[in-house]
Design a protein around this ligand. Structure first.
Ligand SMILES: [Mg+2]
Length: 392
């Protein structure tokens, strides 16, 4: 059995271009789907997938780890920069999809699963609609409460919000009180049986992140995400030590060694590895083993497209410390036209029952994908009140 080609199929989905990766083989009807979506870097990733394909065309697609090692190491530059790590992930997911199809089992079964009956999911406020999640100002606490109520009404028992405004490296009480009012309004709206998450999007400095974390501590957040830059491992560790709220991070961390530094510093309690940015399921499984040694929970980052979701769920059915999966369902109204999924979602509670189809269990409708060709993603640029550059 041989790989005969690697294709990319770009599908413009408003905030992101979904980059689907299709690995073709010389076996009749056998191919695999992966995803290498990297917003604002679509052209670079498509090129990186082509570069990686040079290494693996002609090889046996079922030697997944061997091919991963080739892609990661054989171009001299190790493949953990965000563009290469995403491209490798796209191909790696497709290779696991092929292996599952060859063996006739869902991917989670290849890894000893399923380890649970269902995977819990959470949504973004607004279900992934860009304007609701990213563009509702933290000053508008009432809107946050309304969107929180809507998330619960649509069946979710957990949701994530961006209640922390962009701040200079040091500011006074105003942004802290703004975030606090916002979270108080959401808690008031949904009660204590619903889990609320706040993503600070690495906007604060460690000093501001600590203040936000302390102010939000009484509201019992399920986790507080990226309270400062992911590069500030010591800053994350300082905040994680100072509050009882579990700190989450990892969506921008792209390799095992970087996760080792994060866990060794006890910089988080929740590992948000992104399966499409960390080199794929092959590397994510190693990161999960490392997290297990530190008793750190897994909650993968997954605001991307449907192949990313299928892979994140297969991963969840194979990992004991997996607590919840991020999902978006209202980013574009035609999401379900592009993909058929092998898993089922219970409307009440938004619990996912296992995929029963081989591999990742997904079918991509290429004709539908072609209806949404590449468009430049809309910029999301932040400037502070003094005109200096801020973090989105
Ligand atoms: Mg995040």
């Amino acid at each position: 059995m041989k790989i005969t080609g690697v294709e990319t199929h770009v599908c413009h989905a408003r905030m992101r271009n979904w980059v689907f990766v299709k690995v073709l083989t010389d076996q009749d009807g056998l191919f695999g789907w992966g995803e290498a979506t990297l917003e604002w870097h679509t052209r670079a990733v498509v090129g990186a997938v082509q570069d990686c394909a040079e290494l693996i065309v002609g090889e046996d697609p079922t030697r997944v780890e061997h091919l991963w090692q080739m892609m990661y190491r054989q171009h001299f530059w190790h493949g953990h920069g965000i563009v290469r790590a995403t491209a490798i992930a796209g191909i790696d997911l497709a290779l696991w999809d092929i292996l599952g199809k060859v063996c006739g089992v869902p991917c989670s079964k290849l890894w000893g699963g399923p380890v649970r009956d269902h995977v819990r999911t959470y949504c973004h406020l607004g279900g992934g609609r860009m304007e609701d999640f990213y563009e509702t100002a933290a000053e508008d606490a009432k809107r946050f409460a309304d969107l929180a109520r809507a998330a619960v009404e649509s069946g979710f028992t957990a949701f994530k919000s961006m209640a922390v405004p962009p701040t200079l490296p040091l500011e006074g009480l105003k942004p802290i009180r703004t975030a606090e009012k916002c979270v108080a309004a959401m808690r008031e709206a949904v009660g204590e049986s619903i889990d609320i998450m706040v993503d600070a999007h690495a906007r604060p400095s460690p000093a501001m992140g600590l203040q936000f974390a302390k102010a939000l501590e009484p509201y019992g957040l399920y986790f507080f995400e990226e309270p400062c830059w992911p590069e500030s491992v010591d800053g994350l560790a300082m905040i994680n030590k100072a509050v009882s709220t579990p700190i989450a991070t990892g969506e921008r961390v792209t390799n095992l060694a970087a996760f080792k530094d994060l866990f060794n510093a006890r910089a988080c309690e929740v590992c948000q590895v992104d399966i499409t940015h960390c080199g794929g399921l092959s590397e994510a499984r190693r990161i999960a083993a490392l997290a297990e040694a530190h008793r750190v929970a897994l909650a993968p980052h997954n605001p991307q497209g449907p192949v990313s979701t299928a892979a994140s769920l297969e991963f969840g059915f194979s990992q004991p410390s997996y607590i919840i999966c991020e999902t978006v369902h209202a980013d574009v109204p035609w999401r379900s036209d592009v993909v058929q999924e092998g898993f089922t979602v219970e409307p009440k509670g938004r619990l996912v029952r296992p995929n029963t189809r081989p591999g990742l269990g997904i079918v991509i409708n290429e004709a539908e994908v072609r209806k949404h060709p590449f468009e430049q993603e809309l910029p999301q640029r932040v400037f502070y009140t003094d005109g200096s550059v801020g973090d989105w």
